[in-house]
Design a binder for this molecule. Structure first.
Ligand SMILES: Nc1ncnc2c1ncn2[C@@H]1O[C@H](COP(=O)(O)OP(=O)(O)O)[C@@H](O)[C@H]1O
Ligand SMILES: [Mg+2]
Length: 259
């Protein structure tokens, strides 16, 4: 199983931006190949990374649950599901992207989910690392389709209210049956130095701040124009701050790159 990093937080705080820039940084530092998982049903990580995911694991699971029992050209249901999930992967430079899609509907797909867990477990073993863009509801974590996490980053805006939300998001993960190595907060869209009152609130809430990421107008402009965030220039302070965050964590934990 590769090292797993998940990025979570409430909607609009910058999860997808932080995930996309983390993927860029990790690949650039030869921490590859990566499995990049879009676990937000809004599915926009592919566009942020300049690619397009056509199929989702959710859609594959749904089709499989409807076909249960049907004989398929000598393949078992597990083989068929694994084949289709592999086919839904989109190849990027140094990483593969998989989109989870909608969480479960009202029907019970426990059987397909169990297969899914096994398939994703096997699949993730072939990668150096896994990076997950995760909605705050953490559906895929609670179903354990995402596996255990080495690092969980809760992205927050630089406000006390934002930190309180991050605390709740992290508490929610604590209630799940998912083991988390380290859980930290990333303050995003910080202008200048973060206020002292904010740092005090973090301490009160027992939150560790892993990084303060600057507000970056170029990023917002790329997003507004529907351009991939990977077009952000290498010298952008935001890009560098994200790179320092993820590569710093890897080296602190003695996790070497591939070369
Ligand atoms: N550091 C930043 N500087 C400027 N704009 C940002 C920054 N981080 C995120 N944004 C903008 O905020 C909006 C929400 O970001 P996004 O990554 O889509 O959030 P989420 O995935 O959490 O919903 C986007 O328009 C994005 O461009
Ligand atoms: Mg998002």
């Amino acid at each position: 199983m590769g090292t797993t990093i998940a990025i979570t937080g409430k909607g609009g705080v910058g999860k997808t931006a932080v995930t996309a820039l983390s993927v860029l940084a990790l690949v650039e530092h030869d921490w590859r190949p990566l499995l990049v998982v879009d676990a937000d049903p809004n599915l926009n990580l592919d566009a942020a990374l300049g690619m397009s995911a056509q199929d989702t694991v959710g859609a594959v699971r749904e089709r499989a649950s409807q076909e249960r029992g049907a004989t398929q050209s000598g393949m078992t249901t597990t083989e068929l599901l694994e084949y289709r999930i592999r086919q839904s992967l989109v190849e990027g430079e140094g990483f593969d992207l998989i989109a989870m899609g909608r969480p479960e509907g009202p029907g019970c797909y426990c059987y397909a989910n169990e297969i899914l867990r096994n398939v994703l477990g096997r699949l993730s073993g072939t990668y150096k690392g896994i990076v997950i863009d995760c909605e705050a509801g953490l559906e895929h974590l609670s179903r354990r389709t995402a596996g255990d996490l080495d690092l969980l980053l809760a992205v927050s805006d630089p406000t006390v209210r934002g930190l309180q939300t991050a605390r709740r998001v992290l508490d929610l993960v604590g209630e799940l049956n998912t083991s988390v190595g380290e859980a930290k907060v990333v303050l995003n869209r910080v202008r200048g130095e973060p206020a002292e009152s904010l740092m005090e609130a973090a301490e009160r809430l027992d939150l560790q701040i892993a990084a303060c990421l600057p507000e970056d107008e170029q990023l917002a402009a790329l997003d507004a124009a529907g351009r991939p965030l990977t077009e952000l220039p290498a010298e952008s302070p935001l890009r560098q701050a994200v790179a320092n965050l993820v590569t710093g964590w890897l080296s602190k934990n003695g996790i070497p790159s591939s070369e």
